[in-house]
Write a protein that binds this ligand. Structure first.
Ligand code: CP
Length: 297
């Protein structure tokens, strides 16, 4: 695997291999130190993806080159390609990139020898989030095939939903979508169906909530945070309908009291903190696969 930019580019064998390696790292397997220079280029805000990649890189024994997008020559008009060409010239072999533009990597990959790991592109893909989500679901249920999974919220703007819907469908989950219809994208119809949250909640094994992406919305007057919570959110009353074995997931950052009641974020149903922890192991597995390819292993 030279690059890791979209979960759609992996077959199920590769996905399972990555999940197995992530599990091994979680169980304490240590990585052979990999003296590879890596840079993390984040042109959109991030806490979890950026920092858990950095922890994963350090745990893999990689050399992390600091890169602050706000202080880089991108601000002088340098293109992303020329920035990466520079990094490549000085010895950086892997770049983890988050960018506002969908598919920003398509023009870069054929022109560069370095590996690109996509840390999220606009509303396009978030493949490392998918991997950590699959790891979290697999840890709980062992098997993804046959699970009833609801993905609820701002589907239109969600790269997490797009990546997860594809791979969960591939792995045999039964998918349902809910949330405001104006934030629904009909392209999700190929994976499942849109429904009212109350109609399906008692049958769900996994309830995956999405952040309302205020920054991607025009000023909204009709749908207040309280109204969203009452109509579409996982309220305390709704959570009482969950199966005892059901789990709640959210990629975070969470808008407490909007997508999910504050009290449910750290409840016994919730795997939200586990998802954050699993991000390190999933990203270690990705980095290992990339560096193995580079070293011909
Ligand atoms: N889930 C996720 O991508 O979080 P960050 O935006 O904090 O990286």
């Amino acid at each position: 695997m030279k690059n890791f930019v979209a979960i759609e580019e992996l077959d199920l064998t590769e996905v399972h291999q990555l999940l197995d390696r992530a599990t091994a790292f979680k169980q304490g397997e240590t990585a052979t130190p990999t003296p590879v220079f890596v840079a993390n280029l984040f042109f959109e805000s991030s806490t979890r993806t950026h920092l858990s990649f950095e922890v994963a890189e350090r745990r893999m024994g990689m050399q992390v080159i600091p890169f602050d997008a706000s202080q880089s020559s991108i601000n002088k008009g340098e293109s992303l390609y020329d920035t990466l060409l520079t990094l490549e010239a000085i010895g950086v072999e892997v770049a983890v990139i988050r960018h506002t533009e969908n598919n920003y990597y398509e023009d870069l990959i054929p022109r560069l020898n370095m590996s690109i790991i996509n840390g999220g592109d606009g509303s396009g893909h978030h493949p490392s989030q998918s991997l950590l989500d699959l790891l979290t679901i697999r840890e709980t249920f062992g098997e993804i095939r046959g699970l009833n999974i609801l993905i609820s919220g701002d589907l239109l703007h969600s790269r997490v939903a797009r990546s997860n819907a594809h791979i969960l469908h591939q792995m045999g989950a039964n998918l349902y979508f809910s949330g405001p219809t104006k934030w629904y994208d009909e392209s999700f119809n190929r994976y499942g169906r849109h429904c009212e949250i109350d109609a399906v909640l008692p049958q769900m094994d996994v309830v995956m909530l999405l952040r309302v992406q205020h920054e991607r919305h025009a000023a909204e007057t009709s749908l207040t945070k309280d109204k969203y919570h009452d109509t579409y959110g996982l309220t305390i009353a709704r959570a009482k309908q969950l199966k005892t074995t059901a789990i709640i997931m959210h990629p975070s950052p969470v808008n407490r009291g909007v997508e999910i009641a504050d009290e449910l974020v750290e409840s016994s149903h919730s795997r939200i903190v586990e998802q954050m922890a699993n991000g390190v192991y999933a990203r270690m597995a990705i980095l290992e696969a990339i560096t193995n390819q580079k070293r011909g292993n």
